[in-house]
Design a protein around this ligand. Structure first.
Ligand code: CO
Length: 213
């Protein structure tokens, strides 16, 4: 599978398989995409939104970057979020972090990574905010805890965008969640950050951090 031309062959096999199972599949998708979910995940090749969530083309709108960051001045992410919410009318935004994330590990290792360090500043901000929690953990457990905290904080950033705030204000039903994916077993886990509107935000945030009550 080293040759990109092999991908074209595999693509034809896949398209033929899809049509064999559902002759109208591509005609339907061509006419309209109506995903119910926006997935904001890491670019990591092992964390493919459609594959791990069992969704077909057309079922999930996707934004991925290193470390599943929702930076509030990132025009790319904001545009995806706005298009998903305002035009496609998705009902669920899910920020998906993952254990074993290279971006998160790089944010913690204290080494220089060139250009990447500018981007990882967003993840380092999360680490600084939760320094006490992270410092209390054994060194080997910190990156995975930061991957969880980062998914939660980025989901919180999603909630604070004008896009989501205005969607809630006009009564658009929209949930925002944070999940974490484990490479070792292929399972997505809920981080208990589930927000349906502004009133949920603080309680959900506290619950997700384990600060019940
Ligand atoms: Co990653």
């Amino acid at each position: 599978m080293a040759d990109p031309a092999d991908l074209l062959t595999r693509n034809r096999d896949w398209a033929a398989e899809m049509v064999a199972g559902d002759p109208d599949f591509f005609r339907r998708l061509e006419a309209q995409q109506a995903p119910r979910y926006l997935w904001i995940g890491c670019s990591d090749s092992r964390v493919s939104a459609n594959v791990i969530s069992g969704l077909a083309p057309g079922e999930v709108f996707v934004h991925r970057n290193v470390g599943n960051v929702m930076a509030n001045a990132d025009l790319n992410a904001l545009t995806v979020l706005d298009f998903a919410v305002s035009v496609l009318k998705v009902e669920h935004v899910i920020v998906v972090g993952h254990y074993g994330c290279g971006g998160v590990a790089a944010a913690l290792d204290g080494k220089g990574h060139g250009l990447l360090d500018n981007w990882l500043r967003h993840v380092k901000d999360v680490a600084a905010k939760h320094a006490r929690t992270l410092d209390a953990l054994p060194a080997g457990a910190r990156a995975d805890r930061l991957a969880e905290l980062n998914a939660i904080e980025q989901a919180r950033n999603v909630c604070h965008t004008s896009i989501v705030q205005e969607a809630w204000a006009r009564g658009h039903p929209l949930t925002v969640r944070a999940w974490i994916y484990a490479l070792h077993d292929g399972i997505l886990r809920d981080l208990r950050f589930l927000v349906r509107g502004q009133a949920d935000l603080q309680p959900a945030y506290r619950l997700s951090l384990g600060e019940d009550g």
